[in-house]
Design a binder for this molecule. Structure first.
Ligand SMILES: Nc1ncnc2c1ncn2[C@@H]1O[C@H](COP(=O)(O)OP(=O)(O)OP(=O)(O)O)[C@@H](O)[C@H]1O
Ligand SMILES: O=C(O)C1=C[C@@H](O)[C@@H](O)[C@H](O)C1
Ligand SMILES: [Mg+2]
Length: 267
């Protein structure tokens, strides 16, 4: 009986060795793919390719016991492959800035999934720390206090090195914040036409600066007054008007890779 158990454990040990070897080979292939994509200016991530691989695995395990568990393991393998690709392609944080409703939070969530990167919402981070919603912080402590919370959060986030950070809409207003952001990663400015912004945020009361001012003319003038500040902070600008989220993320990744490539060639 005991010998049978030892035998089974030995087989598991051999399986693990084979799995480790196969994973090493798989990761090496991923490194090769990264290099190829870089050299040929191809999109960073190709979700249709991942879907093809997963379909292949599903067929392979069809009707076998543990099919569901095996698929689950492969999903993790693919998630980690995305992580390796993203780490190789982007060596720094990605910080999203822009007007309220420009899509920073939505794009950040989508990018985080695509690149298997950690995502950080500055507004949520502050809400958790202060134990109240942004609108309450404005009501109880005033805007200046909230702006100090933003600056302190940026200081805390200096320790992050591979995250997508969705900044509050007003973060680039302070020059010192801009300095911190630029040191901490690539700053991407998401823009949208005032009409599109209004359409996106008109039913929400969560943005204190817009409460009582839900109209295109107010949004336009506040946006205009901030344009120079956003522009000074931005490494890259992406117009989101009329675009789907995935489309925006793909454009962002394409432009970011090209920018990184140019930067490295200049160095
Ligand atoms: N490209 C888009 N097309 C249509 N709707 C969008 C787009 N991007 C975001 N939205 C929608 O607009 C709303 C605001 O988006 P989101 O919260 O991501 O903006 P934000 O830039 O994070 O705003 P804030 O600065 O207030 O945090 C959400 O309901 C979201 O679903
Ligand atoms: O643009 C702004 O000033 C703000 C944007 C939101 O993300 C919140 O940070 C807050 O509502 C202020
Ligand atoms: Mg947001």
């Amino acid at each position: 009986m005991e010998r049978e158990l030892t035998g089974l454990r030995e087989i598991i040990g051999d399986c693990d060795k084979e799995i480790v070897q196969a994973l090493k080979t798989r990761m090496e292939c991923i490194e090769g793919i990264i290099q190829y994509k870089r050299n040929h200016g191809l999109p960073v991530l190709q979700p249709e390719q991942e879907k093809k691989q997963l379909d292949r695995i599903c067929k392979e395990v069809e009707g076998t016991p543990f099919g569901e568990e095996i698929i689950h393991i492969f999903e993790r393998i693919m998630e980690n492959s995305r992580k390796i690709q993203a780490k190789a392609l982007f060596d720094r944080n990605i910080l999203l800035i822009g007007f309220m409703g420009a899509g920073k939070s939505t794009v950040s969530a989508c990018l985080g999934k695509m690149l298997a990167m950690e995502t950080i919402e500055m507004d949520r981070f502050i809400e958790e720390k202060e134990g109240m919603k942004i609108s309450q912080i404005f009501d109880v402590h005033g805007e200046e206090y909230f702006r100090n919370c933003e600056s302190n959060t940026l200081i805390e986030l200096r320790s992050k090195n591979h995250a997508v950070i969705s900044c509050g809409g007003g973060v680039p207003l302070r020059p010192h914040n801009v300095e911190l952001m630029k040191k901490n990663g690539y700053v991407i400015w998401l823009t949208a036409k005032p009409e599109a912004i209004l359409e996106r945020v008109k039913d929400s009361t969560e943005r204190p600066l817009l409460n009582g001012h839900m109209n295109v003319s107010y949004i336009s003038s506040l946006m205009e007054s901030r344009r120079e500040k956003y522009s000074a902070a931005a490494d890259l600008i992406i117009d989101t008007t009329g675009k789907e989220i995935v489309e925006i993320c793909e454009e962002l990744l394409q432009k970011l890779s090209a920018m990184q490539k140019n930067k490295k060639e200049d160095e």
